[in-house]
Each structure stands twice: as C-alpha cells, then as structure tokens.
Design a binder for this molecule. Structure first.
Ligand SMILES: Nc1ncnc2c1ncn2[C@@H]1O[C@H](COP(=O)(O)OP(=O)(O)OP(=O)(O)O)[C@@H](O)[C@H]1O
Ligand SMILES: O=P(O)(O)OC[C@H]1O[C@H](OP(=O)(O)OP(=O)(O)O)[C@H](O)[C@@H]1O
Length: 217
C-alpha cells in the first residue's frame, strides 16, 4: 500500500472558494467534512491515498514546509511572511483575493520623516521589510486578529492588515495609507515531496490546468 498523501487547507474563508477548485482536481472530502459539529481535524477523501487536514492558515504553510503535509492551499500573504525554503508555490488559484495594507486613524498627525514607528500586525516580517525599504525601523506588536482596535487603544500608531472590501477599516475609523502587496491563494507543495512522489507533480499539473482554464474563460 502506498503512503497516504496529506493535503492541508485553512479552515476559514478561503475554504468555500477552494473546495470547487479542489473537486475539479479530484480532491473531494468525505461528507463528515461538511458537518459543522464535527471536531475532527483529519478527513478522508474520495481518493483512497489522500487525506485532508483542516488547520489555521499560518499552520498550513508550516505543515507543508516541514513535509508533514505534501500539499496545501494558502494565501500568498502567509507564503511571503514565512518565506520557507522548502515550500514551493507553483499555482496561483486566483481565489481569496485581498491585499495587505498599512492603515492609520483618519486624520492622524502626519509623521513624515519619522525613522521609527510602532505597528500592530499579524505579519511582522512583511511589515519590517516594507518599512525597512523606506528607511524606517518598524517596531512590530504581534496580534492574531482585530488589529483595527490597536490605534484607538494606544497600542500602536499604525496597523498592517488584510483588506478586502475596506469595511473593517472604515468602521474602525482607519484609512489605508499604502498597499504592501496584492494577495491570492496558491497551491503549495513541499519541494522534497515534489521531487520524490510523482502523485504530487500530477496534482500540480491538474491544479495548473484548472487555473489556466479559469484565466482563459
Ligand atoms: N478579507 C479577508 N480577510 C482575511 N483574509 C482574507 C480576506 N480575503 C482573503 N483572505 C485570505 O484568507 C486567508 C485566511 O484564510 P482562512 O480565513 O481560510 O484561514 P483561517 O485558518 O481561518 O485563518 P486564521 O488563522 O486567521 O483564523 C488570508 O491569509 C488571506 O490570504
Ligand atoms: O476589508 P474587509 O472586507 O472588511 O476585510 C478585512 C478584515 O477581514 C480580516 O479579518 P477576519 O474576518 O478574517 O478576522 P480576524 O480579525 O480574526 O483575522 C482582516 O484581518 C480584516 O480585519
């Protein structure tokens, strides 16, 4: 019996858009996966040699980079934040579209020329890199969500967070001051698994074909 492949997917908002794409590539979870009351983290698929794991978005990258999962789907924000050498992102799935931006309170005092800033974010590496390129040292306060309340409570003057519709920023009195990167979800694979297991390469090709078809349509 061949080793089972493990495919990691995030549990939140990307999932709904990812499932139809995965289905076209022949990755279809068992019915229990759709049962909201089910607390399992591992699920069988219609392929006997593949199981799904449902984990936090940042952990998808970690499982795949360490070879604990061979494939996964995750946003390019997470890929760039970690920059794992063992992680290869060969297919842009064109789902989960959003962007990563710097935001501050509307009407904040201008800090042009500041050489040091305090920034609340879930993305300390991307944040530091963005500001460093502009000659500014960013002191990052790591939060895991609800970044938008940090300026009002005096935790940091700015935030770096994901923006989609812009509603969350607006409703919390913040405005975007610069866009760091555009984001879409990608198929990711473990480089060693891609080299040694032909099933991984076959799945990359299947996802690539689907993505090319969607782009052409
Ligand atoms: N408006 C948005 N806000 C947050 N993430 C978005 C948005 N639009 C698209 N995304 C993408 O969704 C990803 C988060 O995926 P998802 O919500 O499925 O994961 P999660 O495991 O629930 O995340 P978390 O660990 O934050 O709970 C982000 O990394 C980003 O690439
Ligand atoms: O521009 P919008 O359409 O308002 O979307 C952006 C919001 O969505 C995300 O949060 P999410 O809902 O994933 O919750 P989180 O704060 O727990 O990450 C993100 O962190 C923003 O807060």
């Amino acid at each position: 019996m061949t080793d089972s492949l493990t495919f990691a997917i995030p549990k939140g908002r990307i999932l709904e858009e990812a499932l139809p794409v995965m289905a076209r590539a022949g990755v279809v979870p068992e019915d229990a996966f759709h049962d909201k009351a089910n607390r399992s983290l591992t699920f069988a698929t219609t392929r006997e040699d593949m199981r799904l794991i449902r984990v936090r978005a940042f952990d998808v990258a970690t499982f795949v980079a360490h070879g604990a999962a061979q494939l996964g789907i995750v946003g390019s924000d997470v890929i760039e934040e970690f920059d794992y050498a063992e992680l290869y992102a060969p297919v842009d799935l064109d789902i989960g579209r959003c962007h990563l931006s710097v935001a501050e309170p509307a009407g904040a005092r201008a800090t042009n020329g500041a050489s040091h800033l305090r920034v609340a974010t879930k993305y300390p590496n991307l944040t530091r890199r963005h500001f460093e390129a502009r000659g500014i040292q960013a002191e990052c306060v790591k939060l895991n969500g609800a970044m938008e309340i940090a300026p009002e409570l005096g935790l940091a003057g700015r935030i770096v967070d994901l923006v989609s519709t812009g509603t969350t920023l607006r409703e919390n009195g913040l405005v975007e001051t610069s866009r760091i990167m555009d984001i879409t979800a990608r198929l990711i694979v473990n480089r060693a698994a891609l080299k040694t297991d032909p099933r991984v390469g076959a799945l990359v090709e299947a996802f690539r074909a689907i993505s090319e078809e969607r782009t052409a349509a």
